[in-house]
Design a protein around this ligand. Structure first.
Ligand code: ADP
Ligand code: F6P
Length: 327
């Protein structure tokens, strides 16, 4: 009698990110190629607890590489934050003979994966979040698509900002990290950028900048504000009162999480998904796939979660230098 195939389960969890489908496809195709059976778990840890599984075939991941969102759906699962939920999750993995569970998601999802690992489940994490806030990795799936979507939207707001000679605050996503804000600010030539990693809550500097730039004839003033700072609406009101310059706030919101992934996201997702299968094959479970010095590597999940990531100081300083306008 032939030995049953080893099984890899794959799920997406937390905020969706363009490129997650490409990562699912890579796990499925690379897994099948290595002789594994691949099972999809729907709606992240919620689907795990409900045993909502789907058999994955090479064919079932056809025609998804170009699609945003995640065909496996995603969720934020409160029950999995509890010890009981985590015990049950691990039990279900063992009962269903999952040799490895590939978790595509952000920091929170990795914390969940660590709980499974502590209970003897083989896990491999793939960084999937638009926020670029996974400390062990230089890249996270979805970031490139998100910043490009945001950049295009900001360019549009800038047109109307100039026509109306207004100040426009544009709030971008990123949870408590300012990477999206910083990249967008540099790429759109924004007049100012506020990131949680460097924000001192001193609005007098922002106000002074607007007044000075008006004096030298600047017609528009675009401020990129990171979600981690927030309060864009009330900030706009205070700025308008202090400067006399009409000020509006725009929250870009979920548009940043959708859309067809860029080439970069498709490529990284494909490589990370394949790397996850290679790690499983090598027995390197309890790990997270990462990009380090441009290479695909892995870190033990616990170590990955203990790492800290700061904003890129050089980029931050550069954004300030390049937005300085002197007469
Ligand atoms: P992301 O993975 O994008 O950071 P969340 O932080 O919302 O998104 O986490 C996604 C899910 O991962 C949560 O809904 C929960 O089910 C699980 N999770 C988050 N933090 C933990 C934790 N500390 N322990 C166990 N599971 C967690
Ligand atoms: O992690 C991705 C992200 O879009 C963050 O930028 C944002 O803070 C969060 O998810 C929003 O989550 P939700 O979908 O629960 O509103």
């Amino acid at each position: 009698m032939e030995a049953p195939l080893k099984t890899i389960a794959v799920l997406t969890s937390g905020g969706d990110a363009p490129g997650m489908n490409a990562a699912i496809r890579a796990v499925v195709r690379a897994g099948i190629d290595k002789g594994y059976r691949v099972v999809g778990i729907k709606r992240g840890y919620s689907g795990l607890l409900e045993e909502d599984f789907v058999e994955m075939t090479s064919k079932s991941v056809s025609d998804i590489i170009q699609k945003g969102g995640t065909i496996l759906y995603t969720a934020r699962c409160e029950e999995f934050m509890t010890k009981e939920g985590q015990d049950l999750g691990a039990q279900i993995c063992k009962k269903n003979k999952f040799d490895a569970v590939v978790v595509i998601g952000g920091d929170g999802s990795f914390k969940g994966a660590l709980e499974l690992a502590r209970r003897g489940v083989g896990v491999v994490g793939i960084p999937g979040t638009i926020d670029l806030d996974i400390a062990c990795s230089e890249y996270t799936i979805g970031f490139d698509t998100a910043v490009n979507t945001a950049m295009e939207a900001i360019d549009k707001v800038r047109d109307t900002s100039a026509s109306h000679e207004r100040c426009n605050i544009i709030e971008v996503m990123g949870r408590s990290a300012g990477h999206i804000a910083l990249w967008c600010a540099i790429a759109t030539g924004a007049e100012d950028v506020l990131v949680p990693e460097r924000y001192d809550y001193d609005e007098s500097r922002i106000i002074e900048q607007i007044i000075n730039k008006r004096k030298i004839g600047k017609k528009h003033h675009v401020i990129i504000n990171a979600e981690g700072i927030g309060h864009s609406q009330s900030m706009a009101k205070r700025i308008e009162t202090a400067t006399g310059v009409e000020t509006r706030a725009t929250l870009l919101g979920y548009v940043q999480r959708g859309g067809s992934p860029t080439c970069r996201d498709r490529l990284y997702a494909s490589a990370m998904g394949t790397k996850a299968v290679d790690l499983i094959e090598e027995g390197k479970i309890g790990t997270v796939v990462a990009v380090h010095d441009g290479k695909y590597v892995s870190f033990p999940i616990e170590e990955a979660l203990s790492m800290q990531k700061d904003i890129d100081e050089y980029l931050f300083d550069m954004s300030r230098r390049l937005s300085r306008v002197v007469k």
